[in-house]
Design a protein around this ligand. Structure first.
Ligand code: GLV
Ligand code: MN
Length: 197
């Protein structure tokens, strides 16, 4: 859902000191085939973290050739039992394609209705723009999915990190009242996220 492009391409010059709504274009005379190529999704991500998952992003920041094209793609690796925790993309719808393993994909609407499906290789599920969603590896081994976006930079608001790992912190009295629990529970959750992913 990014704006329509006004030219064939506009490979981002990420080093430019100014930008627009997006990035400045590098001179077309300096553009080569390599600007439309990205090898960063060929390797398995490191899932040794508390969630047992890893997102490798091919967005405009890692792959400047995507600038103005309204498209990006992630690789998400899952250890056994791994979860990509609830999050939302303010600027994009997402489609999830399972390459291997069995993955539970779910989202919740603004009206708190939950939709989900367990997917296997070749199957896809669509996450409407802006809605909170997650994936969990529910198979016996590792799992791999690719997620595609109609934005060059979908953005990700990760619910647990937004609420319990912001800088500076959301005050405990906000979180204890919100979740109807004591400081002990809030502090316990916050402590889990002190070491950032
Ligand atoms: C998965 O939900 C992703 O955002 O890549
Ligand atoms: Mn997502």
């Amino acid at each position: 859902s990014d704006p329509d492009p006004l030219q064939d391409f506009c490979v981002a010059d990420l080093s430019a000191s100014t930008s627009v709504n997006g990035f400045l274009c590098k001179p077309a005379s300096n553009v080569s085939s390599d600007d439309f190529f990205f090898d960063g999704l060929s390797k398995e991500g490191n899932t040794s973290n508390i969630f047992g998952s890893n997102v490798t992003a091919a967005n405009v920041l890692s792959f400047p050739g995507l600038n103005t094209l309204g498209s990006s793609i992630n690789r998400v690796d899952f250890a056994i039992g791994g979860v990509n925790p609830p999050h939302s993309h303010p600027r994009s719808t997402e489609t999830d394609l399972v390459i291997s393993g069995q993955v539970l994909v779910g989202f919740v609407t603004t009206g708190n209705v939950y939709f989900s499906k367990v997917l296997t290789a070749g199957q896809i599920f669509v996450i409407p723009r802006g809605l909170v969603h997650f994936q969990k590896n529910v198979g016996p081994g590792k799992a791999l999915i690719f997620t595609t976006f109609n934005s060059q930079l979908p953005g990700a608001s990760v619910v647990p990190l937004n609420l319990f790992a912001s800088t500076p912190s959301i005050p405990n009295d906000v979180l204890t009242k919100t979740f109807q629990v004591g400081d002990d529970v809030v502090n316990s959750i916050k402590s889990k996220f002190v070491v950032k992913l």
